[in-house]
Write a protein of this length. Structure first.
Length: 198
């Protein structure tokens, strides 16, 4: 359930800036949310065949990508007022599924280093893939090495914002439960120490 609430947060973080005219920030919960969603895809359980587990995982993954597809459609048609072309989003949807799978493999048992690796991998892969697609499929940049370089250079500020927002979101999603558990443990230990000796 928490994974789907985080997915909703990621979707709202993409839609709400358009409602408040604050889209220049490029600060969304998408990358961190996908890593968290993936980490919650589950583990195989006793009595559940690997095939059933694989189907269940694929269904959860497909439902997440379907929600993100609907979000892309809404943003393209209603927020940007452009025609919607599926081929323009195929790389994005594959990337989103891959980040979920990365979260599933890398962050099922999160550590600080694994979260950092997930953040760097997700934000950097999106920067590299999305800008390559812009360069290869668009008319904004010449199809030369210099054009590719110019495309990447122009996108560096967006990459920085995406990296920060992904780190912030992933840090909160994976770090706050650990912090809460430590606080509860400390309070429990303090309460135990305050009990009178029998």
């Amino acid at each position: 359930m928490a994974a789907y609430l985080v997915l909703l947060l990621a979707v709202l973080s993409r839609i709400l800036p358009h409602a408040f005219h604050a889209v220049s920030w490029n600060f969304t919960a998408l990358g961190g949310g996908l890593l968290f969603f993936g980490s919650r895809l589950g583990t195989s359980q006793p009595g559940v065949s690997e095939r059933a587990f694989a189907w269940r995982t694929a269904a959860k993954l497909a439902s997440a990508v379907a929600v993100l597809m609907a979000t892309d459609y809404y943003l393209t048609v209603y927020a940007y007022q452009f025609p919607f072309r599926v081929r323009g989003y195929l790389v994005t949807w594959v990337w989103e599924a891959a980040v979920c799978l990365l979260g599933m493999k890398l962050l099922r048992k999160p550590t600080v280093l694994r979260v950092i690796a997930g953040v760097l991998a997700s934000a950097t892969s999106f920067f590299l893939l999305s800008n390559f697609v812009v360069w290869a499929g668009g008319a904004m940049y010449p199809r030369t090495l210099a054009g590719l370089g110019a495309c990447y250079v122009a996108a560096v500020p967006f990459y920085g914002n995406d990296l920060v927002s992904t780190a912030f979101t992933a840090g909160a999603l994976f770090g706050l439960p650990v912090l809460a558990a430590k606080i509860v443990e400390t309070l429990h230990a303090a309460h135990h120490d305050d009990l009178p000796m029998a």
